[in-house]
Design a protein around this ligand. Structure first.
Ligand code: 3HC
Length: 311
């Protein structure tokens, strides 16, 4: 049974009220939000790595400028989200340390390699497309700082998706070699994109509680279905084939029936056995180590300023 405070809190949630940092909240609400917002922030920062790989290899100056802008946006998304998580009492340094020692996750999708330029199109179209599907409802999540961060992030995400789809249009209508690269990218990113929505609802450990607290507005399977229903016509418009022979329109459910991702692969990637896990964490560890002198300099300067003020 809920304590009087927990009941009062739940009544506020059920009334659609926003919870702010200084409000009373159950410890479980605080912990699950630090977990989700922190991992969301880690996803934005680690997500810069696969795309960053192509900034120096972009086919034109225009594409290079667009990709630079997108990767820079992702860094900003990470900072908004770390700031939202910090309002719950966990510092960015603590969350970073947990990422580096495997106690916090980042989205599985970023453990797959970007082998060709078409992958940059597929990431914008599918990965940012899936991120938008998941982030739009999060604008209405019950925790104020998280919901407000989402409003700004969703505006920038739509640019990310448009530029990716434009790359796919260019290549799907290009030479045979370009069209084959676009199809190959769709083949490799389709199922990992479906995994971004999380395990199936029956496997999801946090969904029930997070739906009750209106942290999660739609279930994992609902958003995955919406993503498939929106994306299949876009693939058809490109003249590309979704790599799922079982895919077919189901009139009575008003959506596509489709094959689920390989959940063994999903849980393997979460355990750290994906194609690029070690490389991604290695890059973040190096960034942390290489930045130590700069952080020390900043704190030394801040201490000196503080000492001057106290003198
Ligand atoms: N990758 C890594 N871990 C995942 C995952 C994925 N695709 N899907 C689920 N998990 C983890 C969960 O974190 C949880 O593990 P934990 O207890 O150690 O945190 C476990 O698998 C069970 O999954 P649940 O469904 O029970 O967990 P959630 O209720 O948290 O649902 C979620 C998972 C839908 C990803 C939810 O956390 C969420 O909506 N997060 C916010 C959005 C987000 O993080 N998106 C990631 C991509 S961000 C991005 O793509 C940036 C864009 O700019 C490209």
């Amino acid at each position: 049974a809920l304590s009087p405070e927990e009941q009062a809190f739940q009544d506020r949630i059920d009334a659609g009220e926003r919870i702010e940092p200084r409000d009373w909240m159950p410890e479980g609400y605080r912990k699950t939000l630090i977990r989700q917002i922190g991992q969301h922030a880690h996803s934005e920062i680690v997500g810069q790595l696969p795309e960053g790989n192509w900034i120096t290899r972009a086919p034109t100056l225009e594409r290079k400028a667009i990709l630079l802008a997108k990767v820079q946006d992702e860094a900003g998304h990470g900072l908004y989200l770390y700031s939202a998580a910090e309002t719950l009492g966990e510092s960015r340094d603590e969350m970073t340390q947990k990422l580096l020692d495997g106690r916090m996750k980042y989205s599985s999708i970023f453990n797959y390699p970007t082998l060709t330029w078409a992958d940059i199109g597929a990431i914008g179209w599918l990965v940012d497309g899936a991120a938008i599907m998941n982030q739009v409802p999060l604008q209405r999540t019950s925790y104020g700082p998280y919901a407000r961060a989402m409003v700004r992030i969703c505006k920038e995400e739509s640019f990310h998706q448009r530029q990716g789809y434009h790359i796919m249009m260019k290549m799907a209508r290009g030479t045979d070699a370009q069209r084959e690269m676009a199809q190959d990218a769709l083949n490799r990113f389709w199922y990992p994109s479906l995994m971004m929505f999380g395990p199936s609802d029956k496997e999801s450990v946090h969904s029930a509680q997070n739906m009750a607290w209106k942290i999660k507005i739609n279930t994992n399977d609902e958003l995955r279905q919406k993503f498939v229903d929106q994306t299949v016509p876009q693939a058809e418009f490109l003249g590309l084939t979704v790599p799922d022979e079982t895919l077919c329109w189901n009139e009575e459910k008003g959506g596509y029936d489709f094959a689920e991702p390989d959940w063994n692969e999903f849980f393997e990637v979460l355990k750290g056995n994906g194609p690029c896990n070690a490389e991604r964490i290695g890059a973040r560890q190096k960034a942390w180590d290489d930045g130590a002198w700069f952080r020390d300099g900043l704190s030394a300067y801040a201490d000196k300023q503080q000492a001057r003020r106290m003198a």
